[in-house]
Design a binder for this molecule. Structure first.
Ligand SMILES: [Zn+2]
Length: 65
């Protein structure tokens, strides 16, 4: 481990700012929120594919009542 060279978690660029605490380069810091949003959305899609049919069937049962 070295504190002298940090690499951006997202794009792999070397972060030159030693005060950087986010682990993201300035460019990715700006888009970081979007990336996390996309990641969580992708997670929801995966969950939806896994549990979607059951949930949809359950919802249909509730609607039919
Ligand atoms: Zn980056």
């Amino acid at each position: 481990m070295s504190d002298t060279e940090k690499i951006c978690k997202t794009c792999g660029r070397i972060i030159t700012n030693p005060n950087n605490k986010t682990g993201l380069c300035p460019k990715c810091q700006k888009t970081g929120n979007n990336i996390f949003g996309v990641a969580s959305a992708a997670g929801l899609i995966v969950l939806g594919k896994k549990f979607g049919p059951k949930i949809i069937k359950g919802a249909i049962k509730i609607i039919k009542r």
